[in-house]
Write a protein that binds this ligand. Structure first.
Ligand SMILES: Nc1ncnc2c1ncn2[C@@H]1O[C@H](COP(=O)(O)OP(=O)(O)OP(=O)(O)O)[C@@H](O)[C@H]1O
Ligand SMILES: [Mg+2]
Length: 699
């Protein structure tokens, strides 16, 4: 570690002050109470907090708040650490908010406690990180407050502890302590295991007992299973017998059902036969009916020999004759009227009213008479024709022509009726034919039905006799069912019993399993016990003694180098050849004067300073040389020369150069030292405030 600068705000006698620390040997020099030690206190506070420096002693009495900002470098990395102090009504404590650690350009707002942990890591100090613990390594190897300079000579226990920690020997002790602790916890575990293993035999016996019970239950089960098998066989036989009877019974039931079905069919057949017989009777009646109807129609005679067509032709001609007759009569009448008129006629023509002659008149009358006779002969002719026409029909010729036509129409109608009755006969015969067909069909159906009935009767007789021949199965069935029930009950009872035995066997198995688990557990405990005993023996008899041995060896090695360095520093500092000093195995300085040991309490103040400075210088160089835990080329000495003679002060120069530290900070009021150092800061105090000025080195 190399210090770069410090900024003080309201620390002891300083209000605001920044100091840039140069490399090499720097002297802070000033009168008593000027503010020298305050700078060193501030450095320690910045690094380790109030564990080493009390806040109350640091914060200026005149203010409520103060701070220290320290910049330093470790292994080429720059760090800045800032801590705050705040006065409360009772005390002065570190502020939580304004402290930080800056690594390079990155600021970490750590709490005061975290800051200390980080610094210990950066400096690789193997020390407790609690905020209130002092950094002893820093105190011995880098900086010792002025008033504690000589304390190192008296407090042998603290001294040894610090040396062990600083050189990493502490780890061996920690290892043996931990090993001791482990053996203690092993002992506790072993006691517990011993207690647990007390009933291990009982567990094994229980397993045996339950296994015996299982064997017994297995035998019982075997026996009962045999019995069950026999009963099941019997039961099977019985149920086979019953099934046979059931089958027979089913056959009988089937036959009965069949018989009933045949009966039903027979009934149907009988009613069919009856129904068809009746139907046949009806058809026969119908045929008879049709026959008499036919006969009745057959007996009728035709009203004419002529056909309807012929009658129609006669009727037409008669009607034509009749109209001719009417026409003739009309003409005749007109001629007759003309004749009458002519007879009465004078000389004037009735028609053309011209004058006519008698001859002409007679001629005209004759002409008309002629016409009349023509008409009359025509009429006679017509009548003759009519008589001829009526010759084939029995119509009176005397009847008038209208009546004649009516008679002809009647005749035609009668002929039509007659023709129709002939058609009716045809139809009736057709119906009769169909009835015969039906009759035959019905007759056939009856015959078939009778045949079927005969078959059914036969079947009925057969099935009836079969049913009659079969025994009464129900009685047999009841007997067998009773026997079957007895066997079934026996089987149920035995199955129940076997279930009980199985349950007992299961219980025994569960118990055996539980106790087996217990035995397994005990075996595991036994194994664990053996393992623990092995480990215990190994730790106690091998590990701890070995580690102790290593520790001793390491300490001896350290002690030897340490002693060498100490003797060298002592020799350099002491200005008296009669005095010698070295370190014993506990790192305690031993002093010898003129061949006899001397207790250092009887040494002069300067000699005591000499011993303690030699000790601290050795510690500092040793740690720089031998261990990684002190990443420091820094040495801070506060009044290291108090009580030194002028001669000794001169020797300090050699010592400082011999140290070959990158940075040494010296605090002293000895003006003498100014000539040995690279940088000088002069500190003065006025009006209660310290001021620093840098002066030129005299080197
Ligand atoms: N909390 C404080 N507030 C203000 N001043 C203080 C406080 N504590 C101590 N002082 C004073 O600060 C001054 C500087 O003290 P410091 O210990 O730094 O002196 P010094 O230069 O080391 O003296 P010396 O040579 O006697 O060791 C002293 O006068 C001291 O009484
Ligand atoms: Mg001082």
């Amino acid at each position: 570690m190399i210090l770069e600068s410090i900024e003080l705000k309201n620390i002891r006698s300083y209000d605001e002050q920044e100091i840039i620390f140069p490399k090499g040997i720097t002297l802070f020099e000033g009168d008593m109470g000027s503010g020298k030690s305050s700078i060193l206190m501030a450095i320690e506070f910045a690094l380790f907090g109030t564990g080493s420096q009390k806040g109350d002693g640091l914060l200026s009495k005149k203010t409520k708040e103060g701070s220290v900002t320290l910049k330093f470098e470790v292994d080429g990395t720059s760090y800045e650490i800032k801590r705050d102090l705040k006065r409360t009504t009772k005390t002065v404590r570190q502020g939580d908010k304004n402290c930080h650690l800056k690594i390079g350009d990155e600021v970490f707002p750590f709490s005061p406690g975290e800051l200390k942990q980080e610094i210990l890591k950066i400096l690789k100090f193997n020390e407790p990180a609690s905020p209130n613990a002092q950094s002893k390594i820093y105190r011995y190897a880098i900086f010792t407050p002025q008033e504690e300079m000589k304390q190192i000579l008296y407090d042998s226990e603290k001294r040894l502890e610090t040396i062990r920690r600083a050189f990493g020997v502490e780890d061996y002790k920690k290892a043996t302590d931990n090993a001791q602790r482990i053996t203690h916890s092993m002992n506790t575990k072993l006691v517990v295991l011993k207690d647990r293993l007390k009933n291990a035999d009982e567990r094994r016996n229980n397993v045996k007992n339950w296994e015996l019970k299982i064997g017994k239950k297995e035998k019982e089960l075997e026996t009962i299973k045999k019995i069950i098998k026999e009963i099941k066989n019997k039961l099977e036989k019985k149920s086979n017998e019953r099934e046979k009877i059931d089958e027979n019974n089913a056959e009988k039931d089937k036959a009965i059902v069949l018989k009933e079905q045949i009966e039903l069919k027979l009934e149907t057949k009988n009613s069919k036969i009856t129904e068809y017989s009746e139907r046949i009777k009806e058809i026969r009646g119908e045929i008879k009916e049709k026959e008499s109807e036919i006969n009745e129609i057959k007996d009728k005679k035709s009203p004419s020999k002529l056909t309807e067509k012929e009658i129609d032709a006669i009727t037409n001609r008669i009607e034509k004759f009749n109209s001719e007759k009417i026409e003739c009569n009309v003409r005749k009448k007109r001629f007759e009227e003309d004749v009458t008129k002519l007879q009465k006629l004078g000389t004037e023509c009735v028609y053309c009213h011209q004058k006519i002659t008698k001859e002409h008149q007679t001629k005209m009358a004759d002409e008309r008479e002629n016409e009349i006779s023509h008409i009359e002969s025509k009429l006679t002719e017509i009548d003759y024709e009519i008589v001829k026409l009526l010759a084939d029909v029995e119509i009176d010729k005397k009847e008038d022509s209208k009546m004649m036509v009516r008679r002809l129409v009647d005749l035609k109608n009668a002929l039509k009726v007659f023709e129709e009755s002939k058609e009716k006969i045809k139809q009736l015969e057709e119906v009769q034919k169909r009835l015969y067909v039906k009759l035959n069909e019905k007759q056939k159906t009856i015959d078939d039905t009778r045949l079927e009935k005969k078959d059914l009767d036969k079947k009925f007789d057969e099935i009836f006799s079969t049913i009659q021949s079969l025994p009464n199965f129900d009685k047999e069935l009841k007997i067998i069912q009773n026997e079957e029930k007895v066997i079934q009950d026996k089987l149920t009872a035995n199955i129940k019993k076997s279930g009980q035995i199985e349950e007992e066997e299961r219980h025994a198995k569960r118990q055996a399993e539980l106790w087996e688990k217990g035995v397994k557990e005990a075996e595991d405990w036994k194994k664990e016990q053996r393992r623990l005993v092995d480990y215990h023996t190994w730790i106690k008899e091998f590990f701890i003694p070995t580690v102790n041995q290593i520790e001793k060896q390491v300490l001896i090695t350290i002690q030897q180098s340490f002693n060498e360095a100490y003797r060298r520093w002592f020799k350099m500092l002491i200005d008296d050849d009669s005095k010698d000093s070295w370190l014993d195995e506990n790192f305690t300085p031993i002093l010898e004067q003129d061949g006899s040991d001397q207790d250092y309490i009887y040494l002069s103040g300067g000699e005591q300073t000499c011993v303690s400075l030699a000790y601290r210088l050795s510690l500092n160089t040793m740690m720089r040389k031998n261990t990684e835990s002190l990443k420091s080329n820094l040495l801070i000495l506060d009044e290291p020369t108090s009580g030194f003679s002028k001669n000794q002060l001169v020797k300090v120069k050699d010592v400082l150069h011999e140290l070959n530290s990158e940075q040494i900070i010296l605090v002293s009021h000895e003006k003498e030292l100014e000539t040995y150092v690279d940088n000088i800061f002069h500190i003065s105090i006025s009006d209660g405030y310290s001021k620093i000025s840098r002066s030129v080195s005299h080197q």
